[in-house]
Design a protein around this ligand. Structure first.
Ligand code: WT7
Length: 635
């Protein structure tokens, strides 16, 4: 079908117009021609953003693993599906062919079944970036179990919260994980979490680091012996289009993490279609997304999107700085990578290092570069474009979210002229709107506002696990009949979008979406702390870093402040994870509050960013006097 692979700008506009004039027809054609269905749909789309309720391809039956694996066996059985590059460069890479992936997924699926996992059960996956991680996702999908991957950098507390929220029956983990020169004791974190998780019946443990670990009798089982005994065939469970495929947690500005629920058919169609077009993927390409499968980027663009296209997708276990800062470029050369999809924070970190790390390697295999996770600043964009792409490989700055399931605004390489810091044009089928604070849509160009989406797209999250009201309140109540993204954006004179950042209390640190509430909760649990507020401030590598304002219980607390700072960060590491540690902690005698008692983060943000020339009106504060004191002692 011609519109599966867009080749020039005129065609983009044509296909775009078609996709918004008649979305049902458009997506029906894509779904018909490019996927394997057990049963055809009765209805392409029904939707109501008030409830909210969205259903794509209702009545259809399918299994996503038949689309990602089985259907490739005849033509691509020996082709590498997953190319695993270990943390240690001296350990050989593994090329897992489609045929081998088929067998390994089926074996894992049979193990899940033999351990009592049934369709609809939730399986938590807490694994490092080893092949078992991708295989575990697919094995769940094969039998209709709902996977809930928790990034293996989260703490015991954070893991337990997520397991309990979805009442997961099983946990799949490993004895440990490698991260650069460190070996982490993953199983000990799991053991800590499971002290407060009633629902877990079985823990499957993959062997990776040979750490000495405790195996709890009657609960913990080594995975490999079970796999060795399992059959290499497992029939795929026919799933309904709207059956949940997975839950993935994202932080919100308040309260507990939100378990975003993604369903089967629409997610598959959209991630596959975007992968093909936004990366212009060709049969012999070697595609590498450096994200962790613990985030949505890894779900959609390491596992499902690439495999649905029969692609070779790289999984990298390590970090960009190990054994030294040339690791990414060494991998590009070694595996002749054609597509590199990474995050601005990684680009900035690598750009700081000696350029020789780059120059030592032949990067001529690269064709397309990608960026995701946060706004890419101009300097990083140019460094990436000049030194990595040699001005030959277009950068696709892809804007999307855990909630959107797939890329929403992005250039199409070789089709859309790029512009530094701009995510450019909405992808096919995506109808953005910029809204003002009164709830009116801002039309025309050269404007900015709050970014909403006016019409459903196939891969949007359908609900928050166990809390549909929160789903409605968070995304569909700010603007009538629109999905609100939480981001601000501007539209330039030709209609290109530039995402300017969050307009709510979510802070993006190193591309990780951190809600203020869970971090503040963790700080406040310290016995010496009365209250706290955190804000982001600009950081040249992380994009944003965290600045905490902490009010102690005892006025003029005599304890050593540096020790207290360490304890507070330890508290955050234990409760949320090391990614949420604060760069700066200022002790204050009070936090600026509105008369209704809400912390005025706007002021704190300005102080943290050293931008105090215009603090706005502080006279309406309950306690305006604290502002000067906070400014005087700012770090
Ligand atoms: C938030 C979503 C989906 C990818 C990983 C992050 C920010 C994401 C961009 C971009 C500017 C971006 C937004 C968004 N963001 N990509 N290309 N340009 N901002 O997923 O954790 O759900 O975070 O990341 O603020 O709302 P996430």
């Amino acid at each position: 079908m011609s519109n599966y692979h867009i080749k020039h700008l005129e065609e983009y506009f044509q296909v775009y117009r078609k996709s918004v004039r008649n979305p049902e027809n458009f997506w029906e054609e894509v779904a018909e021609e490019h996927f394997l269905w057990r049963k055809r749909w009765d209805n392409v789309l029904s939707w109501d953003f008030k409830k909210p309720e969205v259903k794509w391809f209702e009545g259809a039956e399918l299994n996503i693993t038949e689309n990602c694996i089985d259907r490739h066996l005849r033509t691509r059985g020996d082709k590498t599906a997953i190319l695993f590059e270990p943390n240690n460069p001296d350990e050989p890479a593994q090329h897992i062919s489609y045929q081998q992936l088929y067998e390994r997924v089926n074996q894992m699926a049979n193990v899940l079944k033999s351990q009592g996992i049934e369709k609809g059960d939730r399986v938590c996956i807490y694994l490092p970036m080893i092949p078992e991680l991708a295989i575990a996702l697919l094995a769940c999908a094969r039998i209709g179990a709902i996977h809930s991957v928790v990034f293996a950098g989260f703490s015991s507390k954070a893991l337990a919260t997520r397991i309990n929220d979805a009442s997961c029956k099983m946990l799949i983990t490993s004895d440990g994980s490698y991260r650069g020169s460190k070996t982490l004791d993953l199983k000990a974190i799991v053991d800590g979490a499971l002290e407060s998780c009633e629902s877990i019946e079985t823990v499957l443990v993959a062997e990776r680091t040979k750490n000495k670990i405790h195996m709890k009798e009657g609960r913990d089982l080594w995975l490999q012996p079970l796999l060795d005994d399992a059959e290499v065939k497992c029939s795929a469970e026919p799933m309904k289009a709207e059956d949940p495929l997975f839950i993935l947690y994202t932080s919100g500005s308040t309260g507990r993490p939100k378990g975003m629920v993604h369903t089967t058919a629409g997610y598959m169609v959209y991630t596959a279609y975007t992968f093909k077009n936004i990366f212009q993927y060709r049969e012999t390409d070697v595609y590498w997304c450096t994200a962790d499968i613990g985030w949505i980027t890894g779900h959609s663009y390491i596992v499902y999107g690439p495999l649905a296209n029969g692609a070779t997708t790289v999984m990298f276990e390590g970090v960009p700085s190990y054994p030294d800062f040339s690791r990414f470029w060494e991998i590009v050369e070694k595996h002749q990578i054609t597509h590199l999809y990474t995050a601005p924070t990684a680009i900035r970190a690598l750009a700081k290092e000696n350029i020789e790390y780059v120059e030592r390697h032949d990067l001529s295999s690269l064709k397309v570069l990608g960026s995701v996770g946060e706004p890419i600043n101009e300097e990083a964009w140019h460094w990436y474009n000049d030194n990595i792409g040699k001005k030959q490989s277009p950068i696709v700055d892809t804007w999307w979210q855990t909630e959107t399931g797939g890329i929403m605004i992005s250039p199409i390489p070789f089709v859309t002229p790029t512009k530094p810091t701009y995510a450019t044009l909405p992808f096919i089928g995506i109808q953005p709107a910029l809204m003002d604070e009164e709830g009116k849509e801002i039309k025309g160009n050269q404007v900015d506002g709050r970014l909403c989406i006016k019409f459903p797209w196939p891969s949007m999250a359908r609900t928050i696990w166990g809390d549909h009201d929160r789903y409605r309140d968070t995304y569909f109540s700010a603007y009538e009949n629109k999905y609100f993204t939480g981001d601000g954006a501007m539209r330039d004179e030709v209609g290109y979008y530039r995402i300017t950042g969050r307009v709510d209390d979510v802070i993006i640190v190193s591309g990780h979406n951190l809600g203020t509430a869970p971090i503040e909760d963790a700080i406040n649990e310290h016995p010496a702390v009365a209250e706290s507020a955190i804000v982001g401030f600009p950081h040249d590598v992380k994009g944003n870093a965290l600045y905490g304002y902490v009010m102690l219980k005892e006025f003029g607390e005599t304890r050593n402040q540096d020790n207290l700072r360490k304890e507070i960060n330890q508290q955050i590491t234990d409760k949320v994870g090391p990614i949420a540690k604060l760069d700066k902690i200022q002790f204050v005698n009070g936090l600026p509050k509105t008369r209704s008692g809400k912390i005025m983060r706007r002021i704190l943000r300005k102080i943290a960013s050293k931008d105090t020339s215009n603090l706005g009106d502080t006279s309406t504060l309950l306690n305006p006097e604290v502002v000067q004191e906070i400014m005087d002692n700012a770090l």
